[in-house]
Design a protein around this ligand. Sequence first.
Ligand code: U5P
Length: 297
Amino acid sequence: SGRQLPPYFLLLQCDSKENFLFHRRSDVLMMTPWFAPIVWEGTYNSEILNEQFRRRNVTVGLTVFAIKKYTVFLNKFLETAETYFMVGHRVNYYIFTDRPEEVPKVPLKEGRNVVVLQVQNYPRWQEISMRRMELINSFSQQRFINEVSYLVCVDVDMRFNDQVGVEILSNLFGTLHPHFYAAERQSFTYERRPASQAYVPRDEGDFYYAGGFFGGTVMEVYKLTKKCHEAMMVDKAKGIEAIWQDESYLNKYFVYYKPTKILSPEYLWDDDLGRPEILKKIRFLALPKNHAAIRNK
Ligand code: U5P
């Protein structure tokens, strides 16, 4: 007497040496109040997930923009993606660029393709960054919907540094911004001007998400990019550009259309922030860049 027994199924698992149902962390938030999992190392079983997604023969599209000088990042990006991104699954890399001749030929594993999509450039880096929404949107309808199940939309000035697999996939997912994952709502850098379509009131918003890593099913990404692009165009007509460009519109969207899964900052890290203990893996890492030398060139 005195000692309470765990529920029956937990008891069963305690008997097995593997304890494979016990994927849990007590040092991080693992679930949002709307029951979306937050993906941290140690909270999932990649063997089970890989089997589920392999059975569905899922193809994942990875969209990346390399406009003007940003083509220099493609080689490292693709090489490291071949090592770490969706290993064992079918992948299409969609490379949007104005300089197709500068796309490097990187050796690809079976079931993986590079698709180069030639697009125009814009003089301002802010506009290049924001126009990604419009382009992802129009290509989702024309092309991605026929070729892939999920889209993963990321920045290019990055390297994969550890496994990024099917654990990230869900209808709609965003990534906790590495600067704000431990911050209070009051300090989130949402757009605060009510005149902007990206405006988020002080008493709203759950997390601050990074502009450089989001995704979902093609249909959900289509809806997200459509809303964000339209909001940008309304602002543009009024001479407004949100404080963090596309990231601001993305954050606004996620307040009202909540992600069904959230990625921890393991999936978008910047070593300027050091390497805190709670990060068991650093999967996708910002490369140092000289902003003045590379932007607007
Ligand atoms: N980008 C370009 N060329 C530019 C500026 C931005 O391709 O001249 C794209 C890259 O994919 C980059 C993303 O990762 O927009 C966001 O810009 P940044 O905040 O990384 O500079």
